[in-house]
Structure formats: structure tokens, C-alpha cells
Design a protein around this ligand. Structure first.
Ligand code: F6R
Length: 243
């Protein structure tokens, strides 16, 4: 696992965007795994800038998002469908037919999860997966539990994640309690992974991860220690450097 410590959030975002750019330029029809949340917004802004000012071309890029809430309207600003449009897709030349996000409103969620994994395989697998990390060490919405799902699945969000994510909602009661997430196996099949973290509240999880001593379902991100090509990009605060 390679660890890059950057001065602040903006330099973390630029560092990550530079890697994404390099990979797109190497393979125009790259399959990207994308994350939502606060962390990748700066990286998405930088990719939008690269598209507008430097012609970075997304026309052949294929994407699969990590997760989506269950039972949320896709026009709801808190849905990840909405998030991806307003934070990235609406400002680059990606073909929306090449964009995939788990269907939290499917009538048959189990089946739609199976189809999602199959589609990823059919597209040749994820070339570059972007991850954030929960303060509790979750990746996607694979929460610390006794067992972790291998494939894309419906999961219950933990009280901590519901509380962390309530900052985006009117009240904590409005936060969905279930989500669909790529499974740990789906994520681990990605050829290359970058994990981003910013801010003090991530430092505990990042410390355990970069110490690299133990793999445990109590820290789902620790499975990444088994992956051959992971780059963790963290700002000083997330790395535990107090300013
Ligand atoms: C989002 C996702 C989550 C977030 C994590 C951190 O698609 O899969 O694992 O990456 O909850 O969220 P932020 O970036 O809001 O701190």
C-alpha cells in the first residue's frame, strides 16, 4: 500500500485527479469506480477543470458508482444519482449511457445487485476504483460487522454512519437506513484503487489502516491491505498530524 500525505484537502484533490487523468489518458475507455460523499468533490472539481481547460476527454469512459441509498427518489438532492450529476457528470462529456449507479428503487433489489456485478464483469472489470472511507472504516457502505458481503448487496447502515450522513439531511430521521453497495469482493477485483481521506475525524481509521498490521471486518478498509495496487492519499489532518 502506497501512502501519499498531502498538506491539505486541495492538494489531496489535485493529487487524486492527476492519477485519474493519467489512467484515462492511458486507456480512453477506462472503467472507473466512483465514490460520493464530501471527500471526492474537490477531485471532481479538478477533473471538471481539466476537461474544460485542458480538454480531458471522458467520451469513452465507463463508470460504476459504489453505492446508493435504498428508497430515495433520484431527484432528491441527497440521492447519489443526483450527486453524481451535479458534482461531475453534468460538467464533463461522459456519455450518460456509460454511467451506472446501483438502483435503490428496484422492485427486485437482490436481482439488480447480481446484474450490477455481472455488468461490471462484462465491461472487463473496474480499472480504477476511487474510495472514500467512513470514520468507522467503512468502504462503500460495507460497515463494520461480523461478516462482509462479497458481491453488491443491500445493507443496513450503522447508527454512526446515519449520524455522520445526517449533516446532509433536514433531520436524522430523514436519513435512509439501508443502502445498496458494491461488496468487498467487487471492490477488491478493481485493478487499481485510490482511497482518499481528509480531516481529523478520519485519522483513527487511517492510522489503523496504514499501520497495516491486521485485517478485520471491524475495519472493512483493512481488506485493502491484501490488494496489490492501492494508493492512499490523505491530508495531514487525516494522517494525524496536528496543526
Ligand atoms: C460514498 C461511499 C462512502 C464514503 C464515506 C466517506 O460513495 O462509498 O464510503 O466514501 O462514507 O464519506 P465522506 O467523504 O462524506 O466523509
Amino acid at each position: 500500500m502506497k501512502v501519499i500525505v498531502t498538506k491539505d484537502y486541495d492538494s489531496m484533490s489535485r493529487e487524486a485527479a492527476a492519477i485519474v487523468r493519467k489512467e484515462i489518458e492511458k486507456k480512453r475507455d477506462i472503467v472507473l469506480g466512483l465514490a460520493t460523499g464530501s471527500t471526492p468533490i474537490g477531485m471532481y472539481n479538478e477533473l471538471i477543470r481539466m476537461h474544460k481547460e485542458e480538454g480531458l476527454d471522458f467520451s469513452s469512459v465507463v463508470s460504476f458508482n459504489l453505492d446508493e441509498y435504498v428508497g430515495i427518489d433520484y431527484n432528491d438532492p441527497n440521492s447519489y444519482h443526483y450527486y453524481m450529476n451535479v458534482n461531475l457528470f453534468d460538467y464533463i462529456n461522459i456519455d450518460k449511457n456509460n454511467v451506472h449507479i446501483p438502483d435503490g428503487n428496484s422492485k427486485n433489489i437482490e436481482e439488480s445487485c447480481r446484474v450490477y456485478d455481472k455488468l461490471i464483469d462484462e465491461k472487463g472489470g473496474i480499472d480504477l476504483q476511487i474510495l472514500g472511507i467512513g470514520a468507522n472504516g467503512h468502504i462503500g457502505f460495507n460497515e463494520p460487522e461480523e461478516e462482509l458481503n462479497v458481491g453488491t448487496s443491500i445493507v443496513n447502515l450503522t447508527p454512526r454512519t446515519i449520524k455522520d450522513n445526517s449533516r446532509f439531511f433536514k433531520s436524522i430521521d430523514d436519513v435512509p437506513t439501508k443502502a445498496i453497495t458494491m461488496g468487498i469482493g467487487t471492490i477488491m477485483k478493481a485493478k487499481k484503487i485510490i482511497l482518499l481521506a481528509s480531516g481529523k475525524n478520519k485519522s483513527e481509521a487511517i492510522k489503523k489502516l496504514v499501520e497495516g498490521k491486521k485485517i478485520t471486518t471491524k475495519l472493512p478498509a483493512s481488506v485493502l491491505l491484501l490488494h496489490p495496487d492501492v494508493t492512499v492519499i490523505v491530508d495531514e489532518e487525516a494522517y494525524g498530524i496536528n496543526k
